[in-house]
Design a binder for this molecule. Structure first.
Ligand code: NI
Length: 393
């Protein structure tokens, strides 16, 4: 299959563009993707040999059972969009105000549908089963992946792979990072409860602003002084809200932020350190506090075996140099990690940037667009990953 992969991809490309643009124009927010799932289901119904199920109404699982026995391998796409007003200027822009496919999940969905259309033609040479997962709610924890994992969707899966378009990589490139590749993401809310009063009489108050300022600085000691320097997390206080005047000391201050790390021990240990510092400082100054943690996604870990498999398959399908290996894990997060906690897997980035076509904006930006040539690379990557199960491919 690697010799005629480009021809196979070109053969389905009109459909893939149509699917991608339809999904782009009709985006759904996380946990509300039933219309998108219905569309995927409808379009896949026209492809032979598939068994299609909807374990959640906003998900679609398509299974291609081979003629011969063999392992189950999963390929995953996420289908949800973001709460943004699209400003990309494309003529298939979102028809829903305030909702936009600004993370490329429309592309992920269409690429996987294209691969399915090709692979279904190889059912009589397939050794094992290909499971195609269209999952909801990648953008909002607890995430759609976790829901599907808890329903047992990957219990029979030996290996799983997922793709993500990446606008800061030029179209035509593929990047993977063995081992840790994205971070966990846990959020916190801190309420510092002081005592308000007149700004000219601070001695009669317990000033939550000054206490909050001390807390913000002290939290960085966790990064700089309390964690192995090779495992340092990101600890960002992104919100500091207090007061609304020139001369009133407020009753309380609210801080909020995020903890990102690639290490599960660090992930478990840091919240306790945060709580100790916040409680210590607020109590030392006669204030009180409430701290709340919201857990997000686990760190993403590309399994060595699945990474080696992906490396070999991709290198067999693409010219030398197409696949680049990164040494640098990202501090963004991705709910693909929920599958990887259960099953060896590898998550791979597909370049979609091209300044000549205006594809220069990052994901989650209202101007975000992709060079649609990236869809070909994505479909072909899926074929490469699936072809190991196809006799003589
Ligand atoms: Ni995304």
């Amino acid at each position: 299959m690697n010799n005629n992969a480009d021809a196979l991809v070109n053969h389905v490309f009109d459909d893939v563009i149509r699917w991608r643009r339809h999904i782009h124009a009709n985006p759904d927010l996380s946990f509300h993707e039933k219309p998108t799932a219905d569309y995927i289901h409808r379009e896949l119904n026209a492809i032979p040999h598939l068994e299609i199920t909807r374990p959640l109404e906003n998900s679609v699982i398509a299974t291609l059972k081979g003629k011969y026995v063999g392992p189950v391998q999963a390929l995953r796409a996420d289908i949800d969009a973001l709460p943004l007003d699209e400003k990309s200027g494309v003529d298939f822009a979102s028809t829903k105000p305030g909702i936009m496919h600004a993370c490329g999940h429309d592309a992920h969905t269409a690429m996987l549908m294209g691969a399915i259309k090709i692979l279904s033609g190889y059912q009589d040479r397939l050794h094992g089963t290909l499971k195609f997962i269209f999952q909801p709610a990648e953008e909002i924890p607890p995430g759609g992946a976790k829901q599907l994992v808890e329903m047992g969707i990957v219990d029979d899966v030996a290996q799983i792979f997922g793709l993500h378009v990446q606008p800061d990589l030029p179209v035509g490139t593929i990047v993977m990072k063995e081992g840790p590749y994205v971070a966990s993401s846990d959020n916190f809310n801190i309420l510092i409860k002081g005592k308000g009063g007149h700004g000219s009489m601070p001695h009669t108050c317990v000033d939550p602003v000054v206490i909050g300022a001390e807390v913000v600085c002290a939290l960085q000691h966790i990064v700089a002084r309390n964690t192995d320097p090779l495992l340092t997390p990101v600890l960002t206080v992104a919100t500091f809200q207090a007061g609304d005047s020139y001369n009133v000391i407020p009753d309380s201050a609210r801080l909020a932020g995020t903890l990102r790390t690639h290490n599960n021990d660090v992930r478990q240990r840091v919240p306790g350190l945060v709580n100790r510092i916040v409680e210590g400082i607020t109590h030392a100054h006669g204030a009180d506090c409430e701290i709340e943690w919201q857990s997000g996604y686990a760190p993403g870990f590309n399994h060595p075996q699945a990474s080696q498999f992906a490396r070999e398959q991709i290198n067999a399908f693409f010219p030398a140099g197409t696949l680049q290996e990164s040494q640098r894990p990202l501090f963004s997060s991705e709910d693909f990690s929920s599958y990887q906690e259960k099953v060896p897997g590898c998550f791979i980035f597909i370049g979609c940037g091209n300044p000549e076509k205006g594809a220069i904006w990052n994901v989650h930006n209202p101007h975000f667009i992709i060079d649609e040539e990236a869809l070909k690379v994505g479909i072909k990557t899926h074929l490469a990953l699936a072809s190991a199960l196809i006799n003589g491919a």
